[in-house]
Design a protein around this ligand. Structure first.
Ligand code: 5GP
Ligand code: ZN
Length: 117
């Protein structure tokens, strides 16, 4: 899917909306969440617009693997890999997804609850 003009994360990808970018390459970009829920709260997103996780198929296996291994590397860089962290993808309204551009949350730096919803 083409990047969408009205998508806030597509605008972060294109640089139209400023963000605290900490990593980028041809496929993905990682930036700090504007409203962090933890001392470390980073979003990893594909440059390409996928509305949500439901749009991901086996064709995107390498993209998803890249997003997860990057999140692991960022956890090491942010010094939370030993203490522990959480990766979250919210999908759709009842899944708690607010921004309709696929994103992986990296959360850590404090004790997270065991609650999953
Ligand atoms: P969701 O609920 O869709 O899984 O999470 C969306 C996340 O995007 C939220 O944690 C929210 O704070 C973050 N967010 C929304 N708009 C912006 C923005 O313009 N810049 C940044 N850096 N984060 C944003
Ligand atoms: Zn988008």
């Amino acid at each position: 899917m083409e990047n969408q003009m009205d998508c806030i994360f597509c605008q972060i990808v294109s640089g139209k909306i400023p963000s605290d970018v900490i990593y980028q390459d041809e496929e993905v970009i990682a930036f700090r969440d504007i409203n962090p829920q933890c001392p470390v709260h980073i979003l990893v997103i594909p440059r390409e617009h996928f509305t949500s996780l439901i749009d991901i198929t086996s064709h995107e296996a390498s993209l998803m693997g890249h997003m997860i291994s990057l999140a692991n590397q960022l956890a090491r860089d942010e010094a939370i890999s030993d203490s522990g962290y959480r990766l979250v993808i919210n999908c759709g309204k009842q899944g708690g997804q607010l921004v309709p551009h696929l994103h992986l949350h990296l959360l850590g730096g404090r004790q997270l609850s065991g609650q999953l919803g």
